[in-house]
Design a protein around this ligand. Structure first.
Ligand SMILES: Cc1ncc(COP(=O)(O)O)c(C=O)c1O
Length: 458
């Protein structure tokens, strides 16, 4: 039954507590009732369409209602929807683990499953801590994260998240982490390259490790792009530098690839960039790698932690207390794993990483008017992520920029939600040339509306 848009909005506001939302803002900010999706487009109940330029919080890779993923799920529904993974196993979870391990050359040989990204981060932190305890080094209980890091919002993940808005209210509940300099290329001093910033950030990390490594279990980073802090991008040399430091000081390295994995940065894993850009002899594999979001194609909650076999083996024992004591009811859900297998099949069948290079080039060219805009700073791109910072002098206008941009974008058939004054695009990997051009043109139109060249805010 098709309901009037306003009916759904009213019922939602009366009964649904929306995430990451000051609910009172919906007195002025629109809430969009989605009726269906097709390809890169979402449709509301009035038939209005929106180009999903942020892949519905960075999860959707191959479009909404993708026929191939749909078919895999329908097939799986006829077999088994869910079975507990303790004491039982099934083909989808085995195949997925094998395929992902193969993509790391079997360096990360085991996968541990959960549902959301934050759960994967919890698992990686607990696993690192427990590894060291099993290894007789129980004093290694501390974690290191980067300035501006975001690893999720459960208590453990929030402890290694350095975004004041999410963290401050819950500060008393959190274990204190070491926060070290971000390699964000925008921090370059005059004459300094992005690689120079990365090396400076690695030096800062080394100072800490030299002093505290005996107490530190792991360093956790978002390789290449710290997304939630505003698409802060860094040089891949940072990955190689941090790997070397973690080896030197006996500390685990955790890559949180929840947002940047699954082809988002141009390689399947961001960890592969070091070799792709010639900054290291091979991929820089971490000890633990967290994956979520795009792995299920944006269909179902699925997250996982890939581990080196040395970590797996440290838990392998007759004593149950030396085993990894963690579980979620939906661990390794067969439907979610089938969606993931269908997603991986599309990567292979459609040569997605190569085609994305051309697609990215097209969008980058189309965005050049914005890149050169007088009120735009730090236009940047990594794989299928684009970002730039709006230059706004008036603090009051800056404080409302994101919401005003979002609302104006909706009027222009775009789903784009800036982070503070950073506008970013993170579209699904299916945009046609025409959609790339439309996205670039409309983003520029919206930007011009929201920030007038004279500085007058509309
Ligand atoms: C890098 C990173 N880690 C962890 C998370 C948390 O994932 P989830 O929202 O699924 O808990 C996110 C979500 O945006 C993320 O970007």
């Amino acid at each position: 039954m098709v309901e009037k848009q306003s009916d759904l909005v009213g019922r939602s506001l009366a009964s649904v507590w929306h995430p990451c939302t000051q609910m009172q803002h919906h007195e002025t900010t629109p809430l969009i009732p989605v009726s269906h999706g097709a390809g890169a487009w979402l449709y509301d109940t009035n038939g209005k369409r929106y180009l999903d330029a942020i892949s519905s919080w960075w999860v959707n890779l191959f479009g909404h209602a993708n026929p191939r993923i749909n078919a895999a799920l329908i097939d799986q529904l006829g077999k088994i929807e869910h079975a507990m993974l303790a004491g039982f196993t099934h083909e989808p979870v085995i195949q997925l683990s094998e395929k992902l391990a193969a993509r790391t050359g079997n360096v990360l040989g085991h996968c541990f499953y959960a549902s959301d990204g934050a759960s994967a981060v919890e698992i990686a932190l607990k696993m690192s801590f427990h590894f060291w305890r099993n290894a007789g080094q129980g004093s290694k209980q501390e974690f290191v994260c980067l300035a501006g890091s975001y690893h999720g919002e459960t208590i453990g993940a929030l402890a290694v998240t350095d975004v004041a808005l999410f963290r401050d209210a819950y500060g008393p509940l959190l274990q204190k982490a070491h926060v070290v300099m971000s390699p964000d290329a925008r921090a370059a001093e005059e004459g300094e390259t992005a690689a120079g910033v990365a090396r400076r950030a690695a030096d800062a990390l080394e100072l800490l490790l030299r002093e505290r490594a005996g107490h530190i279990a792991a360093v956790i980073i978002e390789p290449l792009v710290q997304c939630a802090t505003g698409m802060a991008m860094h040089d891949p040399v940072y990955l190689a530098e941090v790997r070397t430091l973690c080896d030197r000081y006996g500390v685990h390295l955790i890559f949180d690839e929840i947002a940047v994995g699954c082809g988002r940065t141009g390689t399947f894993f961001a960890a592969e960039h070091a070799i792709a850009t010639g900054t290291a002899a091979g991929p820089v594999w971490p000890d633990l790698l967290c994956l979520s979001k795009g792995i299920s194609g944006g269909y179902l909650p699925l997250s996982l932690v890939m581990t080196r076999d040395t970590i797996f083996e440290a838990f392998y024992d007759v004593d149950v207390r030396r085993g990894f004591l963690h579980s979620h009811s939906y661990t390794g859900n067969p439907l979610a794993c089938r969606a993931a297998l269908a997603t991986l099949a599309i990567f292979e069948e459609d040569d997605v990483l190569n085609v994305n290079r051309q697609r990215a080039q097209r969008l980058t060219v189309a965005l050049q008017p914005l890149a050169g805009h007088e009120r735009v700073a730090n236009f940047r791109q990594c794989g299928m992520i684009w970002a730039f910072d709006a230059q706004i002098d008036d603090p009051a206008a800056a404080a409302t920029f994101s919401r005003r941009f979002f609302a104006r974008a909706l009027e222009n058939e775009l789903l784009v939600r800036p982070i503070g004054c950073t506008v970013y695009l993170m579209p699904p990997y299916i945009l046609s040339d025409a959609e790339c051009d439309l996205l670039a043109e409309r983003t520029a139109t919206v930007f011009d509306h929201v920030i007038a060249p004279s500085g007058r805010m509309t």
